[in-house]
Design a protein around this ligand. Structure first.
Ligand SMILES: C[S@@+](CC[C@H](N)C(=O)[O-])C[C@H]1O[C@@H](n2cnc3c(N)ncnc32)[C@H](O)[C@@H]1O
Length: 309
């Protein structure tokens, strides 16, 4: 399982990450979001061994395929994070730290009701302008002309980038899996290239995410069971209690939670544990979420709800 070494899990690390420590060297950083089976990342990493490459991907299947590929080629300068790239780019890097960000053939999510799923949605352009170095480059290739126009307009209107005219059917040294697929079907490709000219500020919601422990004197286990299915909402924060499991002596309870911060979803467990004459409510360490506002709020809110007053 040596090929697993590319996968890093920064949920418990202090943010932004210390990339020099992770790679064992300080070097230029380039990021690819949605690397799929890893063709582009592999090609770039082999061509520029002096650069540190970071890839974000959500699909487990792609993640495994790409890792095996990097291992086969003995690549040393790549690290991968299984995370929504929009969150990863904003939360894992300090300002002015990345030289290039690439996206190849993102799903355009053409329907209006799905626009929130587009990689370039929300504060993405501001995030780019925060984490890219001055003159840093963003490149996005797509087979969807309308989407390319929308991204072009969005970047241009931000005033944060110098945007080059969209390059139609530009061939690069490597073709990704989706690029080959669309080309074999006779489709055109559109390459957007933009260079940062001004910085922007973005709010980092997971930085300084201290641990959340709550102490309560008495537990109302009746109230605990009633939490199943309950949805809690406040501004951009949402969480739902999916299930509650209890030990036979009722001294330990585990609540399965799904939370969201403006669409960034996480699944984790909250542990309610009896100590000598009090109870502790905390995040269970089996699956660790990023300490976002909704995660911290869920621990605090649940302690309040289950406390016997
Ligand atoms: C159409 S595929 C393109 C894959 C590859 N770039 C290529 O050109 O062959 C889009 C990829 O982006 C990934 N993806 C979609 N949304 C993402 C997100 N928010 N963060 C990271 N990866 C994402 C998907 O899992 C999928 O592998």
């Amino acid at each position: 399982m040596e090929w697993l070494r590319y996968h890093i899990k920064p949920e418990r690390e202090e943010l932004p990450l210390d990339w020099g420590k992770i790679f064992g060297r300080e070097s230029e950083m380039r990021v690819e979001i949605g690397f799929g089976n890893g063709e582009f990342l592999l090609h770039q990493a082999r061509k520029m061994p002096e650069v540190n490459f970071i890839g974000f991907e959500l699909s487990i299947t792609s993640f495994v395929k790409a890792q095996k590929k990097f291992y086969r080629y003995g690549v040393e300068n790549v690290r991968l994070v299984m995370i929504d790239g929009r969150f990863g780019l904003r939360e894992l890097f300090p300002n002015d730290s990345v030289s290039h960000v690439y996206i190849n053939f993102p799903c355009p999510w053409s329907k209006k009701k799905h626009e929130g799923r587009r990689i370039t949605h929300g504060d993405f352009v501001e995030t780019l302008a925060a984490v890219l170095k001055s003159d840093g480059v963003f490149e996005l290739m797509t087979d969807n002309r309308q989407y390319s126009q929308e991204v072009y307009d969005k970047i241009l209107s931000s005033g944060l980038f110098r945007v080059f005219p969209v390059m139609v059917d530009k061939r690069r040294e490597v073709q990704t899996r989706y690029e080959k697929k669309w080309l074999s079907m006779g489709r055109h490709t559109y390459l957007i290239r933009a260079e940062k000219v001004r910085s922007a500020t973005v709010e980092r919601i997971a930085w300084g995410g201290e641990d959340v422990h709550q102490k309560i004197d008495f537990l109302d286990s009746g109230k605990l069971k009633l939490l199943v299915g309950k949805v809690f909402k406040s501004g951009k924060k949402v969480f739902v209690v999916k299930e509650v499991f209890s030990s036979s002596n009722e001294n330990t309870h585990l609540l399965k939670i799904v939370s969201s911060d403006g669409g960034f979803e996480q699944h984790y467990n909250i542990l309610v544990e009896k100590h000598r004459d009090f109870w502790i409510v905390k995040l269970d360490n089996t699956c660790q979420p990023y300490r976002t506002p909704s995660v911290k709020w869920s621990v605090r809110e649940i302690s309040k709800k289950i406390s016997l007053t």
